[in-house]
Design a binder for this molecule. Sequence first.
Ligand code: ADP
Ligand code: MG
Length: 692
Amino acid sequence: MRPPILFPLFADVTSLFKVGIKSAELLANLGIKKIADILWHLPYSLINRRAVYSIDEINSGEIITIALKVIEHQSPHKRSQPYRVYCEDKHQNPAVLCFFYAYPSTLEKNLPVDEWRFISGKAEFFNQMLQINHPDYIAADVRDIPLVEPVYALTAGITNKFLMRLVREAFSKLPVFPEWQETHFLAQNKFCGFNEALKTAHNPKFAGDLLPNSSSRLRLAYDELLANQLALAIVRQKIKKQKGRSIEGNGEFRRKVLAMLPFKLTAAQEKVLEEISCDQKSPFRMLRLLQGDVGSGKTIVAFLTMLNAVECGFQASIMAPTEILAQQHFETISEMCRTLGLRAELLSGKIKGKTRDKILSDLRQGQIDILIGTHALFTDDVEFRDLACIIIDEQHRFGVHQRLNLSAKGNHADILVMTATPIPRSLVLTAFGDMEYSKIDMLPEGRKPVDTRVMPEKRIDDIISSLKNKLDKGERAYWVCPLVEESQKTDLAAAEQRFEILSKIFGHKVGLVHGKMKEKEKNEVMEKFRDGEINLLVATTVIEVGVNVKEATVMIIEHAERFGLAQLHQLRGRVKRGVKPAVCLLIYGYPLSNTAKARLQAMKDTEDGFIIAEEDLKLRGGGEILGTKQSGFQNFRMADMSVHQDLLLTASKDAKMIVSEDPELKTPRGQALRVLLYLFERDDAVRTYLSG
Ligand code: ADP
Ligand code: MG
C-alpha cells in the first residue's frame, strides 16, 4: 500500500485548479500525468528579468523589468493595429507598450494614466523609442514579478507561465517527508532537505543551479538512485537469503557435449563456466548476470550450466524473450539432449490442449529434464518436480526486476540472467543492482568483421541497386526503419511505404514486420525469412529481428542516427553469423548533429560492444542509451547516468548497508525509505517482499 502521505502527489493533474482533460492530454506529452510528475519536470534554463532604472541602460532584445509612468492610452482605428499605451521612465524617456486584440477595459484598469507600474518583457527599439509588445508582467509592486524565472521544456499549447503556476500548486501539495537520508551523509555532502532541494531546482538563481551537479540536483539524483538501488537490493537479498543447493555433477554430460561440438570453447566461455560452476557448487543460491555480445556463444554456456544441474537429478529451464528464440534454443539443445538420454521439451504458445497438459504433467513428475519456453509461458500452472536452475535469456530487454520476482517465488533454484546487450558497469548497476556478473568478452575465432558504411539518404538509389546484386546471388537482407515514439503512426506509415517501394522493385520475396502485428503474424513472417521464402525483410523495431538467420548478410538501417548505439550494434550483430562476409549500411538523414556524426563514426570504428556502449553513455547519457522504452531500462527523472556515476556507486553501497542492517525497513529510517521507494515508484519490491 502506498503511504497516505504520498496521496496528494499521486493525484491526477486534472485535480488541479483549471486543468481539464485538454490540458492533461498536452501535459502527458511532457510525461506529466500526476502531480509528482510536475515536480520532476525541472527547468532547463532561466530568464533573468534584469531590473533597470532607466531606458538608457537597455539593449534591444533584452528581457528587462522597468518602472514606467503611464501617460496616455491610444485605441487603434483598425482591429489589425495594436492598442498602444504611451509611458515614460523617470528621465522622461518615452516608451510604448503594444497590445494586439486587447480588451481596452482590462488595460485601462491595469495601466491607469499618471500612475507608475513595473513592466517586464522583451525590449525592442523603434526610432529610438523603447517598445514592449505584450509585456509578460504588469505590476504595481515589483515583488509580484519574478526577477529570475525558470524556463521549462514545453509542448504546443502549454506555456511557461502555465507550467509555473502548476509547479506552484504542486508545491502546495508537497508534504513534509521524514528524512530518508542519514544526517551525517547530508552534512558531509552539504545537501539540504528534499523539499528545499526541489524548491531550489525549480527556482534557479544562477545558471549553475541548472547544472546536474549543482548541490540541489545532486541531492535529488541521489534520492532517486538510492530508491533504484534499494529496490534491487531488497529483491537480491530476499533471493539470496533463500537457501540454495550445492550442485556439482561428475562432468560426464559436459564432456560428452564438448566432444560432440564442432568447436572448442573460447577461453572466455571457459572462464565464465568456471565462475558459474563455482556458484552452483556453493550452498547459496546463484544469482548471476551473464553478459556476452551477440554471437559470443552464450547458448552453449547456458546448456552446460543446465546439464550440471540435470546431472545431479534436478530439472533446469530456460526462458527466452520470444517464441522464435525459444524454438531456436530448443533446436540447439534437444538433439544433444537425446544423445545424452535426456528429455528437453518446448513449451510454446503453439502448444495447446492435450499436448500442453501432457508436458505439464510430465514436468511435474520429473520426466522432463530441461524445459524451454518464453517468459510469458512460465505462469502459475507450470510446476516442476524439482527445478534447480533457471536461465533467463533477456537478449535486449530488461524487465529482469519483475522476472526475478516471479522466479523467486518459493523455490531455491539458481538464476542466471543472460543479456546480449553490452552495457557499461554503471548501467548494469541500475538495471540489475549489485548482482554478480560474468562477461564473455571475446568472440569465437574466425568471425569476419562486418563492412560498416555510413551513407547519406540521398544515396538510397545506389543502395537499392547494390542490394539487388546481393539478393540475386542468394543472400538475404534486413531493412530496418526506425520507430519513434512521438509519431508511431507516421513512422509505421514510412515503413509500410518503404515496404511497398521495395516490393515493387523486388517482387513478392519482400516481407514486413512491425510492432503493431500480432506475435503470431510476426512469427510467420520471421519463419519465412528464415526459410528463404522471403529474402528481404523490412522491419520497424529491433526486437523483431532477434533471430538467427545465417544466410542474412546485409543490414540496412534507415535513419541510423535515431537509434542508440547499442541498438545499432545489436542490429549489426544479426548479419555476423553467416559464413559470407557481411555489410551494414547506416543511412542517415539531415540534419545530422555533431554528436550523431560522432556516434555513427564510432559504429564504423569498432565492433566491440563494450567500447560502443561506453561511448554511447558518454555521448548521450544513460537514459537514452538504448534509445527506446522497449529496452525496459529504468528511466530516471533526476539522475543522469553520464554525470552521476559516482553517486550511483555510493547509492549502491548505501543500499547494501541498509538491507543488511534493516532488512525489513522497520526502523524510522527504514520507514522513511519506504516512502522514498513509493515516491519514485520503485515499490514492487516492497509489495512483494516486505511485510507491513
Ligand atoms: P549468443 O551469445 O548470441 O547467444 P550463440 O550461443 O547463439 O550466441 O552462438 C552463436 C554461434 O556461435 C552459434 O552458431 C554457436 O554454435 C557458435 N559458437 C558458440 N561457441 C563457439 C566457439 N567457442 N567456437 C566457435 N563457434 C561457437
Ligand atoms: Mg542467444
